[in-house]
Write a protein that binds this ligand. Sequence first.
Ligand code: NAD
Length: 484
Amino acid sequence: MTDVLDLWFDPSRCLINGNWVAPAGGRHLPLHNPSTGERIGSIARGAAEDVDAAVAAAHVAWQGTWGKTTAVERGRLLLKLRELVLEKVEDLARIEAIDVGKPLKQARADAIALARYLEFYGGAADKLHGDTIPYLDGYTVYTLREPHGVTGHIVPWNYPMQIIGRSVGAALATGNACVLKPAEDACLTALAFADLAVKAGLPAGALNVVPGLGAEAGAALSAHPGVHHVSFTGSVATGAQVQTAAARNVVPVTLELGGKSPQLVFADADLDAALPFLVNAGIQNAGQTCSASSRILVHRSIQDRLVQRMAERYTALKVGPALADLDVGPLISARQQGIVSSFLDRGDDLEKVAEGSFQDAPEGGSYVRPTLFAGVSPSHTLARDEIFGPVQVVIPFDDEDEAVAIANGTDYGLVASIWSRDGARQLRLARKIRSGQIFINNYGAGGGVELPFGGIGKSGHGREKGFEALYGFTTLKTVAAYHG
Ligand code: NAD
């Protein structure tokens, strides 16, 4: 397989009001293949002027054709789009693998998940409704679930297809008109998705895409007074900036940020069942997953056994180009490689128990070896800070209270899991651990399409995925009618 991109759309344009247009400033950004470091093309460098045009188009759509489209028709359009995505699964997977560096099977899973989001939200579109509320004599009171209007979607590079599926899918299902700002490092599948949306028959302006830099197109979108809701997925620092910008317009924001998600392994755990989850949740997408499990908390009595078995798996991990479809691909960029390498350097004082190996990894690619550290103190930087690379630390605990204290001891709270056969402990800890999702004897790394997802603390606020997202992308209107 060669690394040549075979695109059926023009990646150097923005989609605004149903038309593929050059960015107003005529500028572009280079695209690189993280598996080789080679330049593979360029994308539009959209900026404020393009965002203005996209928001204006979205307004017209929301007030016009798209706003008048019934819920069942919106659902059918999303289901049609799903079909088109499924027809293109292999193309989408290949594009994503080359653009983002994720092994082909992981990119394929993302494309299939995108289709599944469209199925879920397409099917849900006509099942969301308000209530009638008992009130005073002579009144009929009911609530209407209405779209916010124009929604802004700022998406990171690590799971473009999945994040577009969960946020744009839910926003369109509820009748919002969307402006999508994909990440500058990974926007090809966003453009492919938009092309398929046009082909599916989505009215002009219902979905607009403006690629570009975060500080330009992203900042313009989050500060735009014509946007009624912002869905942001990315880093804590940028999320705070987006929320600040939106607050000036008093616009609600959903923030899906980072994590330092723990898996708690008790002495009575089924280790055979746990092991694949313990390791995969740390190295999937080269650890560049918000819900990566980067901390393994283990009861001291089984620490040696667990570390030895995890080490066996780490030693077998192969790292190489995305299209070679190994266990781990490159990181997204040389910059990210630098960040992760500097964390690894700060682990010099730790017990490094195992690492994976390179297999035909090209010199120019941004590779790091998956690395497992054991016996780590919860206060160590590798145990507290989000690394966003294939690095896991094993932290011992002596009892349940200490396990909970360590689990809750970071700024984050996105996902956690409990490995134990003790049912009472499972339920007790599911309450005590501060986290948006808890898995018991499994680890979903964000979980399925159906499961509400989001964080507490610095992991963010608001929920996407599942039916819950439909509430987030709508506003509730109360109508109180006096009729005597
Ligand atoms: P990032 O914050 O740098 O970028 C995310 C998006 O924000 C990109 O599209 C970028 O262009 C845009 N952006 C950058 N500066 C901006 C600004 N000033 N105003 C508006 N938009 C701006 O994050 P990243 O490095 O791309 O992604 C990694 C981070 O995202 C990690 O911390 C990870 O945990 C988090 N993440 C969270 C989830 C989740 O669902 N909770 C999912 C994926 C990634």
